[in-house]
Design a protein around this ligand. Structure first.
Ligand code: IPM
Ligand code: MG
Length: 402
């Protein structure tokens, strides 16, 4: 019994030390990178697993088209990131192989397809070994602390943007829990003042800068009192002292999950901020409300690096049943628009968003269903490209706005 407790204490001590060290780095607070002065801005592309390489290829083509001039004059450079496949990761027993990480760190922004995380079924069958999610690992390694996920349904006046904390909470020690005895298991949830402060500020700044002036915090602070309680207290302080013009409200995750599907309330919400796990859950819910998880883009933002990805997974069932060609590239193309916007090509990003709206919401000449009942991803990407090339794109888009 004493041994067991001693082991648990040692394990916990190690974790506390690691986190205190991490805080020291956070306190140094690096400055935001300035893309306007960079030449070239290096965009790394990693297709990932399953349907990833196929949908990423379509997104890259669109980016190549939109950035043709910048590629030619050396302002932008594309690089393939190698080795970020489940086969290679399993072979090297690394969530992100060292060489891939080195390549990633030489880029400024990254476009990434979904990567496979071995499931419990994979482990039981021996198909893949136990590996940490490459997403979670990349977010931590590159300190991509903000996961930004917009969801828009114009006909229902829904225009949401989620700021999900991306490097702390239930995730940061997700692979470092303790199985104290056969009967007793612990996981940890970690929030730091620095980590909480920077995500809250990003959400409030966004609400203020865009004139939206509304922020909703999502926690479970009535039960998870210490960590979520810290979020709630800090958010209240920041709202009161620094953003008096922003209307602030706070919700528990359960009731927020319900309100998101309440037609009477949906359009009132604007900017959400949430710790990691709650943000993970409600962003899938929000994407489904928009149509499916295949339709939402996701930006992972840090001060030095940023990574843009599809919000969905690798779709192993589609691969098994030979439906890769029918995978919907919308999510990663949306992520590409977010990438363009983030590195300063605001007009190009807007055009791509307009083209996406026209194809997916207004005109809908093609529809991707994930099966042969719908369009192939390739044809859908061509459809978006045609919409982009239409000189009347903006006029057309405007005509659909009320
Ligand atoms: C997401 C995904 C990931 C997450 C998985 C793949 C680890 O669901 O990006 O939302 O939970 O963050
Ligand atoms: Mg998720």
């Amino acid at each position: 019994m004493n041994d067991v407790i001693e082991n648990a204490k040692n394990h916990f001590e190690k974790l506390v030390r690691e986190q205190l060290n991490r805080i020291e780095n956070l306190k140094k607070g690096a400055d935001w990178i300035d893309y306007t002065t960079l030449k070239p801005i290096i965009i790394g592309v990693a297709g990932g697993d399953g349907i990833g390489p196929e949908i990423t290829k379509h997104a890259e083509e669109i980016l190549n088209f939109l950035l043709k001039e910048e590629i030619e004059n050396g302002k932008v450079e594309f690089r393939d990131i190698e080795g970020l496949t489940i086969e290679n990761r399993a072979n090297l027993m690394k969530a992100i192989p060292d060489e891939s990480l080195e390549q990633l760190k030489k880029c400024h922004v990254i476009l990434k397809g979904p990567t496979h995380t071995p499931s419990s079924a994979d482990l039981a069958s021996g198909k893949w070994p136990n590996l940490e999610s490459a997403n979670v690992s990349m977010r931590r390694e590159l300190d991509l602390f903000a996961n930004v996920r917009p969801v828009k349904i114009p006909e229902q006046q829904i225009d949401w943007i989620f700021f999900r904390e991306n490097t702390e909470g239930a995730y940061v020690l997700g692979s470092k829990g303790i199985r104290v005895t056969d009967d007793l298991a612990f996981d940890f949830c970690v929030h730091t003042k620095q980590g909480t402060d920077r995500i809250l500020r990003l959400a409030f700044d966004y609400a203020k800068k865009t004139g939206v002036n509304r922020v909703s915090l999502v926690t479970k602070a009535n039960v998870v009192k210490t960590t979520d309680g810290m979020y709630l207290n800090m958010a209240k302080e920041i709202a009161k002292n620094e953003y008096p013009e922003v209307k602030f409200d706070d919700w528990y995750i359960d009731i927020m999950a319900a309100k998101l599907i309440d037609p009477a309330r949906q359009s009132e919400f604007k900017v959400f901020v949430a710790p990691n796990l709650y943000g993970d859950i409600i962003t899938d819910e929000a994407a489904q409300i928009q149509g499916s998880v295949g339709t939402a883009g996701s930006a992972n933002i840090g001060k030095r690096y940023a990574m843009f990805e599809a919000i969905h997974g690798t779709a192993p069932r589609m691969v098994e049943t030979g439906r890769i060609k029918y995978a919907d590239p919308t999510s990663i193309i949306k992520a590409s628009a977010m990438l363009l916007n983030h590195i300063g090509f605001v007009e190009k990003a807007k055009r791509l968003e307009m083209a996406l709206d026209i194809c997916a919401i207004y005109e809908k000449k093609l529809k991707v269903t994930g099966r042969d009942t719908g369009a192939k991803g390739e044809d859908y990407a061509k459809y978006i490209m045609e919409a982009l090339q239409d000189p009347n794109l903006e006029k057309k888009w405007n005509s659909y706005q009320k």
